[in-house]
Design a protein around this ligand. Sequence first.
Ligand code: BES
Ligand code: MN
Ligand code: ZN
Length: 497
Amino acid sequence: MDFSIKAFDTKNTLAAAKSGCVAVAVFENKKLSTAAKALDVNGDITAALKSGDISGKAGSTLLLRGVAGVAAARVLLVGMGADEVLTEKNFSSAIGATLKVFGTIGAQDAIIAFPLGDVKERDLNWALRAIVIGANEAEFRSDAQKSKKEPAPTGVRKITIAATEANQLKGTLAQSIAIANGMNLTKELGNLSPNVCTPTYLANTARKLAEDHGFDIEVLERKQLEALKMGSFLSVAKGSDEAPKFIVLKHNGGKAKDAPVVLVGKGITFDTGGISLKPGPNMDEMKYDMCGAGSVLGTFRAIGEMGLKLNVVGIVAACENMPSGRATKPGDIVTAMSGTTIEILNTDAEGRLILCDALTYAERFKPAAVVDIATLTGACIVALGHHTSGLFTRHDAAHDALAEELVDAGKQAGDVAWRFPLGENYNEQLKSNFADLANIGTPGAASITAACFLENFTRKYTWAHLDIAGTAWKSGAQKGATGRPVPLLTTFLLNRV
Ligand code: BES
Ligand code: MN
Ligand code: ZN
């Protein structure tokens, strides 16, 4: 989809704009939005509303052709519910309905003239981003591995968004497009089959990104990881024939002396559980266990495209978690890069084992903040379902501030996260009789004890953990990666500039 933004005024009227279709809002009780009034030159729109052909309920639509006094070939009336308060939900469902119609009509280009500034508790930037990300979502295809490609999207290919504040919104438009493109990369990587999307594939994707956007890149191989004494990460990779990869990307958008934000992604390209093998049903979905890594790469695509003026380091720890004669066994004790010894009581709690070494590695960047992103615990889905990511930090002033930044960025981006508590009581659940730490906690609060495990390795900087087990992909008929939390992360970084 091609997007642009334009201001219409008394000289350049909406009615005189040549286009395949103009979409305008109408409300319940036959009320017209300002843009709908501007197209009601001969009363055709009022007449259409009077006829009862459209209810005005959010998501209702009526396509008109040949509206008198309007240059566009079609006018699409889109219901937005009650006009007194335009809710986020109603605005979003109106966008969804509009894009559905756009996909089926003969028009190639269209104008969306919606009341962007009227959404309750939201601003113009939010409304614009909702349109761009919605349109991108609507045309996304996951047919990369189908021999017969799904038919190319038809209908509208070019959308002009009408906004009086067009100039002021150009930056937001570019950012929204970059976020949408970043989400697409995250989704593509997530959806790829695990025999294709291996750690090596992730490393090659990162190399390509670095080439396209001028990032520095380093990919550490097994030998180098051994030299760094990443015994915890390597213990997970041990059972697999695929080579582990430790990817470090650097976007140097800020001043040389500015401390970077470090993003750390869990890149388990397939999680069988290892010797603590997972049950068979739906195990295929464990190809999505690299979605944290995918979101780091997607966020890098977004910040590369927008030329973000901030230093950002991306770390991806990538390997498979497989059972084999060489695999780690329950009871094995390994030494992490930090020197901490870990009793691996369950080889299926592998995410924390790869992340703890990546988090220790992150120390060398003297980071302003570190955020790790991981499909870490099934328990996070029990707690929050598929709507909200879990957020975990220590409880002090610096971490409260970081948590607030992330929660706010999530709200702003429509990619929400909710903070959980951490603390000494939970940390005690991780005691081992034989090593410094066990890799699973005693029963209860499994998402929190997983975060506590990571917390042990993050004491040298300000850190937050996002558990995206419930939000990174959808199951069932709609199975597919969501591209989350790229909007949250990108917005968080943008707000830091
Ligand atoms: N990748 C899984 C977590 C997961 C499971 C995410 C299902 C999304 C859906 C993780 O590696 C894992 O297996 N975690 C275990 C931890 C347990 C052994 C303490 C879990 O959540 O069951
Ligand atoms: Mn696991
Ligand atoms: Zn896992």
